[in-house]
Design a protein around this ligand. Structure first.
Ligand code: DGL
Length: 272
């Protein structure tokens, strides 16, 4: 890894990982970020391990070939099902979202606490969060919430349908557990974190909502930043984006996730 101005690759199945880029930008300055959203093949959350690993490895290799020094797998599903394959296929350090998310849940709660993980179907079936949380002495219930990704992609952030879907998912999950924390195990969920917290409260739960995007940015920042000398000028981070489908849609929807305009998006063909 170069000693200054690292190039950080951020990979997601689509737009959602921009919530991780959003968390990274203020934390690691003097870095250049290359974001890749595999929008043509989204969603990963309902696909098989073999397919997810093949897609994720192709994307990771692309980012390494673009000169990235460090890779953040912002996609929970790709982390859960393909982190080992990705690490085996590139020669740069790779950070996934699950270990930082589980660590953050452990720090927010404590030994033997109960944690509810909300994620895609593929992530839940992998039990990757369960394994990572159990290793930290937490008790885990995992709930698949497949309707939330399309609702967020539709921009239905503060919408009665999204609130109703949340009420159904969370009331079902709360029949099986009384969590101290609810871990957002999908890139899209931070956008509806307020609605999730409100629904939990309405259902009588006092669980803290934990965002794995923030936890991942903190872990990357720990790995990448060296203390800055007080006389050094602050250099804001720069970023460029690649998408495997409509550039126009990426700019429009992506700015919602990143909470700032996205001017530079290049179309990339990774094949089928
Ligand atoms: N990025 C995925 C995740 O964090 C959600 C979208 C998808 O299913 O591809 O799990």
């Amino acid at each position: 890894m170069s000693s200054t101005n690292p190039i950080v690759g951020v990979f997601d199945s689509g737009f959602g990982g921009l919530t991780v880029l959003r968390a990274l930008l203020p934390r690691i300055s003097a870095a250049h970020y290359i974001y890749l959203g595999d929008t043509a093949r989204l969603p990963y959350g309902a696909k098989s391990q073999q397919t997810i690993a093949r897609y994720a490895v192709e994307s990771a290799r692309f980012l390494e070939a673009r000169g990235c020094d460090y890779l953040v797998i912002a996609c929970n599903t790709a982390t859960a099902l393909a982190l080992d394959d990705i690490r085996a296929s590139v020669n740069i350090p790779v950070l996934g979202v699950i270990e930082p998310g589980a660590q953050s849940a452990a720090e927010a709660t404590g030994l033997n606490s109960e944690v509810l993980v909300l994620a895609t179907t593929a992530t839940v079936q992998s039990h990757a969060y369960d394994t990572a949380c159990a290793a930290r002495g937490l008790r885990v219930t995992e709930a698949a919430c497949p309707l939330l990704v399309p609702l967020v992609e539709e921009g239905w952030i503060d919408h009665p349908v999204t609130r109703e879907v949340l009420r159904i998912y969370l009331s079902e999950a709360l029949q099986n557990c009384s969590p101290e924390a609810v871990l957002l195990g999908c890139t899209h969920y931070p956008l509806i974190a307020k609605a999730i917290a409100q629904t939990l409260e309405d259902l009588g739960s006092e669980a803290t909502v934990i965002d794995s995007a923030e936890a991942t940015a903190a872990a990357a920042s720990f790995a990448l930043t060296s203390p800055r000398h007080p006389s050094e000028a602050f250099i804001p981070a720069t970023f460029e984006c690649f998408a495997t489908d409509s550039v126009e849609k990426f700019q429009r929807l992506g700015s919602l996730f990143l909470q700032q305009p996205i001017s530079q998006v290049q179309l990339l063909d990774l094949g089928g």
